[in-house]
Write a protein that binds this ligand. Structure first.
Ligand code: ARG
Length: 469
């Protein structure tokens, strides 16, 4: 339970379902089965859903207009109490739904008891979670967009900066830093698309399914859906109250996003190390060590990398929660909330940290350049050069291999050898070889859509910006 006050005064006879029970709930069972400690977070959406439900009930003649108005006023009063910290959440009233309904009845009397007509907590909770998640998806979309825009700006600034590209974490070929950053951008674009796709299936309204079979009242589900901004009501009442696949889908989006951020984090951690020293992260995103005065630790990327574990875990929790549940609602589903809430909180926090941090990254272009030169990163360029002069690729590979072995023995890069030295390995090598052996020549030569040339990086940034507007 968070900062709200609690009171446990309600006895079993006060419980909304107490009618058929002859003894009070066991004290431990009461606490064990309660969800109010965590589902009170849904209060706002619960009240929004109830106001729409009451409005619809009045429209179809199940409530009078006066009853509807009392209920709406009462619910708004309850909301004000909760927001002012004046609300006593009661564990014996089990969950957010029964707490709010009891408070409403306390405020407006018998009319409060009519709100639950044609509804069950089963369709109510499914509606609340969808409303909550829809709002959070929109907040997450904004943060993700902020991060994506920051990456595009940084990529543009770093379009000409040359760094080593890696495979197996061994120097492979030179790339531009801007191009490398755009790889992260592409992953985040797909994450954003997955999120928007997930939102379509979140934004469908279960209300009206009641406990499982629908209701005998002449409800107008299209009206309630419209009032709540849902695209449409769900098609099947049993499915409506039982499945949580929309939440699983969200967690699956989140697990992939965090996997991407975790990989990105790993690189930031490596790049800030003394051994790589490719970038500088401003002090405000780092912390020090209490024993080693020289330390400046990349805590933000490390924590984001670490938090991937809990998000992946929550996805597995929800999949396992859903597995084997018979139709329709089962109390198991009460366990959906904590993993979902923590996933939302974690993703929002990590995206905020990243969106704030990325624009502040400064490249150390000189160090990147030295590193790019040191691992024979233009060896493939030399092979391609020979092939273009008519040497079969396999022979070219052999020639370059021998040149590299010579360079290793001499402690020199290919571009630092003389023409005569290079000609020991092939007569096809002439003065123009140095155009391809330089780092600039290497990246500029990869001048096609999706390639690493600075010109292509700038074009990709322009295309990406155009696609966003
Ligand atoms: N607190 C419950 C949940 O989170 C609400 C639905 C309870 N329904 C029921 N029939 N016990 O799932």
């Amino acid at each position: 339970m968070t900062d709200q006050k609690n009171s446990d005064q309600a006895t079993s006879s006060e419980k909304p379902w107490g009618g058929r029970f002859s003894e009070p709930t066991d004290a431990f069972v009461e606490r064990f089965t309660a969800s109010v400690g965590f589902d009170q977070r849904l209060y706002h959406h619960d009240i929004t859903g109830s106001i729409a439900h009451a409005t619809m009930l009045a429209k179809v003649g199940v409530l009078t207009d006066d009853e509807r108005d009392q209920i709406i006023e009462g619910l708004n009063g309850v909301k004000a109490d909760i927001e002012a910290g004046r609300f006593n959440w009661s564990v014996s009233l089990e969950d957010v739904h029964m707490n709010i309904e009891a408070a409403l009845t306390e405020r407006i009397g018998i009319t409060g008891k009519k709100l639950h007509t044609g509804r069950s907590r089963n369709d109510q909770v499914a509606t609340d979670i969808r409303l909550y998640l829809r709002d959070e998806i929109d907040v997450i979309t904004e943060e993700l967009t902020r991060l994506q825009n920051g990456l595009l700006d940084l990529a543009e600034r770093e379009a000409d900066t040359i760094m080593p590209g890696f495979t197996h974490l061994q120097t492979a070929q030179p790339v531009t830093f801007g191009h490398h950053l755009l790889a992260w951008y592409e992953m985040l674009v797909r994450d954003g698309q997955r999120l928007q796709d997930c939102r379509k299936r979140v934004n469908i309204m279960p209300l009206g399914a009641a406990a499982l079979a629908g209701t005998t009242y002449p409800i107008d589900r299209n009206l309630t859906a419209e009032l709540l901004g849902f695209d449409r009501p769900t098609e099947n009442s049993l499915d409506s109250v039982s499945d949580r696949d929309f939440a699983i889908e969200f967690c699956s989006f989140a697990a992939l996003l965090m996997t991407h951020l975790s990989r990105f984090s790993e690189e930031l951690v490596l790049w800030t190390s003394a051994q790589f020293d490719f970038i500088d992260l401003p002090d405000r995103f780092c912390t020090g060590s209490s024993i080693m005065p020289q330390k400046k630790n990349p805590d933000v990327p490390e924590l984001v990398r670490g938090k991937t574990g809990r998000v992946n875990g929550h996805l597995i929790s929800l999949l396992t929660l859903m597995k084997s549940q018979p139709l329709a609602y089962n109390k198991d589903n009460q366990e959906d909330k904590e993993p979902l809430f923590d996933t939302v909180d974690t993703v929002k926090g990590c995206l905020k940290a990243y969106a704030d941090m990325i624009p502040a990254i400064r490249s150390k272009a000189d160090n990147m350049r030295v590193a790019a030169k040191s691992g024979f990163s233009t060896a493939t360029d030399l092979a391609d050069y020979l092939v273009k002069k008519g040497v079969p690729f396999r022979d070219a590979h052999e020639i370059v291999g021998k040149s590299v072995a010579f360079g290793v023995a001499e402690g020199r890069d290919l571009s630092d050898m003389t023409l005569e030295e290079l000609q020991q390995f092939s007569d096809f090598i002439t003065e123009d070889v140095f155009d391809v052996l330089t780092l600039e020549g290497s990246v500029q030569a990869r001048n096609h859509t999706g390639g690493t040339a600075p010109e292509q990086v700038r074009a990709a940034v322009q295309r990406a910006r155009a696609a966003r507007t």
